[in-house]
Ligand binder design. Structure first.
Ligand SMILES: [Zn+2]
Ligand SMILES: [Zn+2]
Length: 371
């Protein structure tokens, strides 16, 4: 009996050793290309755990992020709303961050220190990220958490402006309180995508007030249950940073260098959205079909978003409608009727799943050389 137990122990040891250094990257790992001059960081800076009204321990958030191949996350517990505090007493509002930081130690994941400042309308909810201490942000009045966040050099964004629990018509309105915060340099960004909702009105507010465009999951349950098993990804913010570091990420957020992504939906300023989509589509093969002036071009989508395009060229397609999708990670052949044999053309496509303003799609151009 003893020997058998020993044998089982021996057999299980290698697994334990391997377990120390194994990768958590799952089948749902996200991938987006870098753009010229920047590293593309995949982030979700709005999440909850049992340290506010979420349902999981902070280590699960770290493991979920590793499975989805994210670069940075923030656990932004409600400072004021603490439904589990009887069961999990924690006078220190930094605990969630500290536990996540400990969990991430052995892994290549950036943990951003954050908190959700929680008020009813017209103040609403805001996330302060890159804080140094959450406790002083806890206050009775509405304005002092923002003053304190600024003192800590935090990046602050307005959460779910269109949330129907606070906005029954789903129409966000920038309040005088928020206008004051923007004027004081205390509010820097806005969620245009939160959970499952993309708000065109929030995008317009971002553009009108030069706020950084954000997309976040605001996850309370499990990423697997809410997104992955439905064949979806969580909303994320791609941040174009000079390097893969917390300081680079912080600086890029303040400069508004982002694109919010939710599956096949991409929302951002043209100067970042255009190079992102351009880099996401790689031209693989170019040749004329024998004895024709029909140019066959093979395109590969190296991003994790299905890309929906409309032909924006004077030339039409053979065997393909003008509106088509290149699925994430897949290739697609276009047959372009160029009428004459050309040695180069500009492939020009309108990205129909991408928005630089409400109802405005960017046009992307690739120069194609024919050998
Ligand atoms: Zn909230
Ligand atoms: Zn939240």
């Amino acid at each position: 009996m003893k020997n058998i137990r020993f044998l089982i122990l021996l057999l299980s040891l290698p697994c334990l050793v391997i377990g120390q250094s194994h990768s958590h990257t799952g089948a749902q790992a996200l991938s987006y290309p870098d753009i010229e001059g920047y590293v593309t960081l995949k982030t979700d800076l709005h999440q909850h755990t049992v340290f506010s009204d979420g349902n999981v321990w902070p280590n699960i958030r770290v493991q979920e992020a590793l499975r989805e191949n994210l670069d940075a996350i923030s656990l932004t517990e409600h400072l004021e709303y603490q439904p589990h505090k009887e069961d999990i007493p924690h006078p220190d509002r930094n605990r969630s961050y500290q536990i996540a930081l400990e969990e991430a130690k052995a892994h290549d994941l950036l943990i951003v220190h954050g908190s959700e400042i929680t008020r009813s309308e017209p103040v609403g909810h805001s996330n302060a990220v890159f804080i140094t201490n959450a406790n002083p942000l806890l206050a009775e009045d509405a304005a002092s958490p923002f003053v304190e966040a600024k003192k800590q050099n935090a990046f602050v964004f307005w959460n779910h402006p269109a949330w129907y629990a606070q906005r029954p018509k789903g129409n966000p309105i920038l309040s005088d309180f928020q206008k004051e915060r923007i004027k004081n340099g205390e509010l820097h960004g806005i969620e245009v995508i939160n959970t499952f909702d993309y708000s065109e009105e929030s995008l317009q507010i971002a553009l009108d007030n030069n706020l950084t465009i954000m997309g976040t999951s605001d996850i309370h349950g499990l990423i697997d249950w809410d997104y992955t098993e439905k064949g979806m990804h969580r909303p994320i913010t791609l941040v174009f940073s000079k390097n893969r570091s917390l300081e680079g990420l912080r600086e890029a957020l303040f400069k508004g260098q982002t694109v919010a992504v939710y599956n096949d939906l991409l929302v951002g300023k043209e100067e970042y959205l255009r190079p992102l989509i351009k880099a996401s589509v790689v031209i693989k093969e170019v040749s004329y079909l024998p004895k024709t002036s029909i140019l066959k071009v093979t395109l590969e989508n190296i991003s994790s978003s299905d890309l929906l395009f409309e032909n924006n060229m004077p030339y039409s397609f053979y065997s393909k409608p003008p509106l088509f999708t290149i699925e994430a990670g897949k290739t697609l052949d276009l047959q372009i009727k160029t009428l004459d044999i050309k040695d180069k053309i500009n492939l020009e496509l309108k990205a129909m799943g991408a928005y630089t303003a409400p109802k405005v799609h960017p046009v992307i151009s690739w120069e194609i050389k024919v050998d």
